[in-house]
Design a protein around this ligand. Sequence first.
Ligand SMILES: C[S@@+](CC[C@H](N)C(=O)[O-])C[C@H]1O[C@@H](n2cnc3c(N)ncnc32)[C@H](O)[C@@H]1O
Length: 199
Amino acid sequence: MEKTAAAPQVSFPEPNALEVFVMVFFGNLLSQFYQEYVDRLDLTGSERVLELGPAAGSSTRHLAKRLLKGGGSVTAVDISRVYIQAARKRLRKLPNIQWVHGDICTLNIANNSFDAGFICFVVHDIPSSDRAQVMQSFAAKLAPGAKLFIREPLRFIPMDELRQTLQASGLTETSWLVKEIKTQGPVYEGIYTKPGGSR
Ligand SMILES: C[S@@+](CC[C@H](N)C(=O)[O-])C[C@H]1O[C@@H](n2cnc3c(N)ncnc32)[C@H](O)[C@@H]1O
C-alpha cells in the first residue's frame, strides 16, 4: 500500500535516474553491512518497525525479511516519490512493507504505534534547522519502550548536535560507538529507547 501525504514541511530534491542506480548498486554491494545494522535491533520478528528515509530500500529489505515469519512489518517513510517508487518495485516480493510517501513531519501516522525504529544516513542530509522537528515527529510515532537504531556520518553532522537532537526528541541513548570507515570517515551508531513501556 502506498500513501501520499499533504505538502511537505521539509523540502527535498528528487534524485535523478543515475542517483537511484548508484543507491541500488551500493545497497547491493554493501548488503551484508545493512544486515548487520538491522541485527542491532534484536528483533523477535513480530514487531512493527518504522524506518525513516529508506531511499532505495537497502535496509528495508533486511528488516522485512527478518519480520516475515513472525508476522512483523516495516513502514518505510520517504519524502521522495522517486525513491519510494524505485524501492517498492525493487522489493515487490516482500509483502510486509508499507511504503509511505511523504514528510514524516506532516504524515498522518498514529503516535506511539511502532515497536522499533530504524534510521540509516538520513538526519545528516536534512537541513540543520529542520532536524529537531523531523526527529520529534519520528520519536512521537514510536511506542513507549521502543528501540531505535540510528547510524549517521559525523563528517556531516557533529556528534553533539546529533545526540542532543535525539535526546530532545524524548529518546534515551542506551549504547553508542563511533567507527572509522575509510570511505565515510567517522560514523556514529547509537541505540536509543523511548522511556516507558515494558519492552
Ligand atoms: C541519504 S538518503 C538515505 C539512504 C538510506 N537510508 C540508505 O542507507 O541506503 C536520505 C533519505 O531521507 C529521505 N528524507 C529526508 N527528509 C525526510 C523527511 N522529512 N521525511 C521522510 N524522508 C525524508 C530522503 O528522501 C532520502 O531518501
